[in-house]
Design a protein around this ligand. Sequence first.
Ligand code: MOS
Length: 726
Amino acid sequence: MNAMTTQPVKLGQAIPRVDGKAKVTGAAKYAADYALPSLHFAVIVHTTVAKGKLTSLETAAARKAAGVVAVLDAGNIAEAKFAGNRQPFRKAGDDVDYIGQPIAVVVAQTFEQARFAASLVKADYERQQAVTSMLDPAAATLDANARGGPNRGNPESALSSAAVKLSGTYETPIQTHHPMELGATVAVWNGDKLTIYDGTQAVLGSRKRVADAFGLPTADVTIVSPYIGGGFGARLLTWPHTYLAAAAARMIGKPVKLVLTRQQMSYAFGHRPASRQELTLGATSDGKLSVISQNTLSSTGVKDDFVEPVTGHTLVLYDHQHSGMQAKAARLNIGAPAPMRAPGAPLGLFALEVAMDELAEQLKIDPVELRLMNDTAVDPRNKKPYTDRNFAECLKRGAAKIGWADRAATPKQKRAGDWLIGYGVGCCAWHGGNTQATARVRVLRDGSAVVASAAQDMGTGTYTVMAQAVAEVLCLPMDKVSAEIGVSTLPPAPTAGGSRHCSSVVPAAHQAATAAKKKLLELAMKHEKSPLAGLAADQLQFNNGTISSGTKSITLGDLVALTGEANIEVTEEYKPDGKPGFVGMNFGAHFCQVAVHAFTGETRVKKFASVFDCGRIFNLHTAANQLSGGVVWGIGMALTEAAHLDSSGRYAAADFSGYHIPSHADIPNIDVEMINKPDKNFGALGSRGGVGELAISGVAAAISNAVYNATGKRVREVPITPDKLI
Ligand code: MOS
């Protein structure tokens, strides 16, 4: 044995982000940081009325302004050989559907010149009354029942015969993604080849969309997105500024940078639709659920197909026989909605989990007990077994953590000075996922290894966990392994979405590292100059960058050098390897203690504890960060976040001065625990994914339920602002 044995790296360990230092020192380059030679600056001019007609567009003054080199609009976009089937600009005579539709792009030598010239573009409109409320009779509706979830059994007759019934209307507002990093693109052409520096959750998806927009083969477009300042789903899509930066760069023959303003991010960078849900539960008098029905209305844009899947996770938590699900969307004069962290689930589960609390109250059963009584090992929608489910354990451990035994069964019993104290529980679910992914592993002459894949890291930890997988397999320390991701020319990987990125690219990295290990072993055993030549595989050990047998050893780097090549290289494609016939679902339970001020109605979250079941965790540190981040967002959803539209289609707050997300002072210590049990039915490595999205759901319900326990006021609408409590 080598005396220099170091602690081997293992998947599962809490290893800090390998890109952390680059980020905190400013070395990490985000899209807008690419300062290319002769870079020009573009600013989007967009519609400022939500409904009506653009009657005239005057760009002459902008064209004459200092530093301006081009103004793009519908009249000249063709010069950029923009082949997209959707004209990116509204032109005079066109209808206007929402605030934020591009009408022109001004390009100048400096950002300030572009911004000033953009202010000189004059647009006139014929205004019409915008539709800004889902309940406005003028709102066109979209039937989304096909996406509403299954109707099983006979919900009507089950309800009429149910001993206990509970019905409520639950409402959630529009929310905006607002990642820290603004929407930003730097575009540069080299002949007919295009390179785009962007922040995207989908380098390959974006490459395809941009290539299509300019009628180019995908190989002629390269997307570079090594670091992303938050995505949350908005960056799954490619927004107009990316195409427009590329069009502008082509038009002027120079690189162009286009960065959206925070206000533009509010209007046209996606949002989570509002919802209004009628939820009904039917149960036996001893608390067995028999029926769940949910009738949802959510918002979408005038021409969008996107319908928030509000009912998507309502039926997976509790055993029941009958379900009646309906989904409709109302068309508003707003920008396109987009997937946002666990699409649908935080909305649908807010309704379900508050309703469960109400049902528990009605039945005089403890809310944790009611949930345990309705536990199920099979997915109620199709009776297929879950790959694994430790939901009851999440509930029990979480209850112990928060001190559930201290909760008074009836509301308004606990007080600390002027603060009313209450406890609440709310649960979450998010589907498991993994998908095809490719990774390349190279082992270099210096003994280091590089894993490469067209994967993305939104700050979630992709760099770290991919390197960690390779370090484990090749028995290398973390500082000898690096990951190269975020570029569309690398081996194909899926989008970073649906919380299935890590559970796809880590198995791919693991598989590629295993193939590289095999290659190294064969070299060691067979190369004539190897000191280990002639030995059998079971006589050899990998340890800290060497392969050895007794006193004989060779470093991985020297082994590579024996080949005469710069490196040994393998590329492997991972394909989902779960067992058929199961449903993979992630679960969790949130518990909190809140204090509500008796006179002002201010709510403070004092304690938070959550327990999650996502199968095996690949990195306890980055996973805990993701899960507690989901809780933070859930606290924002519960107490402060809402994008209110006024009757003109304008947001009351289109920036952080009025769109309130939690600050540090709003967030207590969040005690996150993971069951961390490998789920071999879901995949050989045992991860079910889900970590990025699972945690946000159920938080707002836990807080609303705690507010009820504190005050006796049942709040079925978030955010729970003080006006709802006094
Ligand atoms: Mo997630 S909404 O799939 O980025």
